[in-house]
Design a binder for this molecule. Structure first.
Ligand code: SAH
Length: 342
């Protein structure tokens, strides 16, 4: 059956017309789904009983079950959701001064195979639909009785490998009739699917773009991230410069620091050469060691040295605060653990 949350408001109007209903009903349904966050058609009390029955015949309202929920002492909450087809996905909510940020998954598994990521080694199963992505937000808002203010596509999956569904999810998240979260409060992170960077630049979206760079040297980046064999650093940077020129927006480069791998002065130098003069920001992430992963976290001293070097060379770099380190909050860990237990 069709998931009613898979439709933008204009599409839902068309769907309703197809079953002989007035298009303005879509506005009512949207209000119930995204403003009231109901879990059944029966709660849509300004629709006639007959229409509610008809909707039940045509659509499901996808409501996730919580398989596991971990709460960190710093307020970070991590969910493992049962997405109703036997699969599970992870969603994390973090509390910042400026509001609550949700980190959503875009796929069940991932095809990118980055060597340091917990999702690697667990096979790719399928894309999430736009409604399933939006449901992560609704499920969390319902469970915690909160309003999410920021959305980052940094959970499991490569958002640019599920481009159309992610774009439609953003449309629903963004819509004043939907979740009404401003595009400036939405970030998409990619490991470097170059053609989609051009596409997003041409769409002139107001979302923030994050690039998971992690290495400034092709040989090392290819060893860490297979995507680099397809689109190397030069091609990636060309796309990034195009994006900046087109949108006049700053790009955020993610750089996970791994001990004795990408954290010495030579690495910092190469990174400076790559980014010098670009409208960008570097987000330094102390790498999270995954089980049997060969990358381990840089020392605090090296992390600070690395940041200071970049800053002294005129590149804005900050160290990402680690949240949820007392729970399995880092990328894919909960799902991975569960997979191993099974
Ligand atoms: N596929 C997208 C989004 C998911 S990963 C991407 O690659 O950007 C979200 C971020 O977490 C990426 O920057 C990714 O490189 C980073 N990440 C993955 N595993 C990590 C780990 N073990 N430690 C630190 N950061 C990690």
């Amino acid at each position: 059956m069709k998931n009613i949350k898979d439709y933008s408001i204009s599409e839902l109007k068309q769907e309703l017309e197809k079953i002989g209903e007035k298009p303005y009903r879509a506005d009512q349904i949207y209000k119930w789904l995204y403003k009231v966050n109901v879990t059944s058609f029966d709660e849509m009390t300004d629709l006639s009983l007959a229409l509610r029955e008809k909707l039940k015949q045509e659509f499901t309202i996808c409501n996730y079950n919580i398989l596991e929920k971990q709460v960190s002492s710093d307020g970070t909450v991590k969910y493992l959701f049962d997405i109703l087809d036997g699969n599970a996905i992870e969603t994390v909510v973090m509390e910042y001064k400026h509001g609550r940020t949700i980190c959503v998954s875009s796929q069940v598994g991932c095809r990118m195979g980055c060597k340091f990521c917990a999702s690697t080694g667990i096979s790719f199963i399928r894309n999430l639909s736009s409604g399933e992505i939006v449901e992560e937000i609704l499920a969390v808002e319902k469970d915690l009785d909160i309003k999410i203010s920021n959305v980052v596509f940094m959970g499991i999956g490569e958002p640019f490998d599920n481009f159309d569904n992610v774009m439609k999810a953003i449309e629903i998240i963004n819509s004043p009739k939907g979740l009404e979260i401003g595009a400036r409060h939405i970030s998409i992170s990619t490991c470097g699917v170059v053609p989609k960077i051009y596409e997003i630049a041409d769409r002139d979206m107001q979302c923030t773009l994050s690039i998971s760079l992690h290495q400034a040297n092709n040989e090392k980046r290819s060893a860490m991230m297979p995507i680099n064999n397809k689109y190397n650093i030069e091609e990636l940077m060309k796309a990034c410069r195009y994006y900046i020129e087109k949108t006049n927006k700053r790009i955020s480069f993610e750089y996970a620091l791994a001990k004795d791998n990408n954290d010495n002065e030579q690495d910092a130098k190469e990174l400076v050469n790559l980014l010098k003069g670009m409208l960008c920001h570097v987000n330094l992430i102390p790498i999270n060691k995954i089980q049997d992963g060969k990358f381990s976290k840089s020392t605090n001293e090296n992390i600070i040295k690395f940041r200071d070097y970049l800053n002294n060379q005129g590149i804005v770099a900050t160290i990402r605060r680690e949240l949820g380190s007392d729970i399995d909050a880092a990328c894919g860990q909960l799902r991975r653990k569960r997979g191993e237990e099974k």
